[in-house]
Design a binder for this molecule. Structure first.
Ligand code: DGL
Length: 336
């Protein structure tokens, strides 16, 4: 499929899922006290009249939930809808409005499984539209401008927050009540200013059409648990996760993704029974390598590289739809 002719306005579909961008507070003083997932997509669009100058826009209400409530089934349903829309010649890009709590997981999931070079932009807001200096309207306009721009093609899933364009793979919510909440340890890809995108970097990790994963062949995702590392841990947290159905456990370890000596036997036992063990780090900008402080080769563990625990959970769930081989899983964690 080709990009729209240079002077034609792009056709952008906004898929609304809820979150604060659809939130409402009691009055303008409420920037943190409000209810998420209230305002329907057509009202979101009507509240930003300038969208019509950026693209031909139409909306669909896929869900109306606070994003902490997203389930794997809803991730799959959303990705299938995005994939189907981008196959249509009359759709040039998709914007997904989303709560910010799990926006980073949804953005990475779509990055991995939607096989299209057309722009997919996930966007949220840190303040409800009813608040002073609400950020949702500009974030949404930036998202539509980015989804409408041919320069956004083949750059993976993008996230527009606070004037910046972030890679869906890298971006994470680092703060819970500031418009500057979303950061990437490798930096933003670009900026949107007055409806125009400015690019400075492009992703190098596999995504979209270069991904080996395809949402059209995925109907369910396996359960993956995260156990948060600290001092004085209880091994039962890991065995309970497996008893609850987890096929893999992401260990959000201290520092280098470290594992307390008294946990090793439990993890080795779970591994021996088929559970995949993935070491990530609880630190903000983790970077976990094999056999650094932990004998991953000896224990047959996988390392999450630069992916934080929640991103590692998404990649593990997608990878496990194809393989349980730990050498293949480690390749996947190096390549995506
Ligand atoms: N409940 C949170 C969510 O839906 C609100 C945070 C937000 O959307 O900014 O993710």
């Amino acid at each position: 499929t080709t990009a729209p002719a240079a002077n034609a306005k792009a056709n952008v579909v906004i898929l609304a899922t809820g979150g604060t961008i659809a939130g409402a507070g009691a009055d303008a003083s409420n920037s943190a006290t409000y209810q998420a997932a209230k305002v329907p997509v057509d009202k979101l669009i009507a509240a930003v009249p300038s969208l019509g100058a950026l693209a031909n826009v139409r909306g669909e209400q896929v869900f109306q939930i606070a994003s902490e409530s997203f389930t794997n089934a809803q991730l799959v349903q959303l990705a299938k809808r995005v994939s189907a829309l981008l196959k249509q010649d009359d759709v040039d890009g998709v914007v997904v409005t989303h709560g910010t709590d799990t926006l980073e997981e949804t953005a990475f999931f779509l990055d991995l499984v939607v096989k299209s070079d057309k722009p997919i932009v996930v966007v949220g807001s840190m303040r409800p539209s009813t608040a002073l200096s609400a950020d949702g309207a500009l974030n949404l306009a930036d998202a539509v401008a980015t989804a409408a721009s041919p320069a956004s093609r083949a750059k993976g899933v993008l996230v527009t927050m606070n004037d910046e364009i972030q890679a869906g793979r890298d971006v994470t919510k680092r703060v819970n009540i500031k418009p500057s909440a979303f950061v990437s340890q490798w930096g933003p890809l670009g900026m949107v200013v007055e409806g125009k995108t400015y690019w400075f970097r492009a992703p190098v990790k596999r995504h979209g059409t270069s991904s080996e994963f395809d949402i059209d062949t995925i109907d369910t995702l396996p359960d993956v648990a995260i156990v948060y590392g600290s001092g004085t841990m209880n091994p039962a947290a890991y065995t309970a996760a497996v008893q609850g159905g987890a096929k893999a456990i992401v260990h959000a370890g201290t520092g280098n993704g470290s594992v307390a000596g008294y946990l090793v036997d439990t993890l080795k036992d779970l591994r021996a029974k088929g559970t995949v063990i993935i070491r990530s780090s609880r630190v903000g900008d983790g970077f976990v390598l094999r056999n650094a402080e932990q004998p991953d080769d000896q224990y047959d563990w996988v390392v999450a590289h630069d992916l934080n625990p929640q991103k590692a959970k998404i990649l593990a769930a997608v990878a496990l739809t194809k393989t349980t081989d730990t050498k293949e899983l480690q390749r996947i964690f190096w390549e995506y």
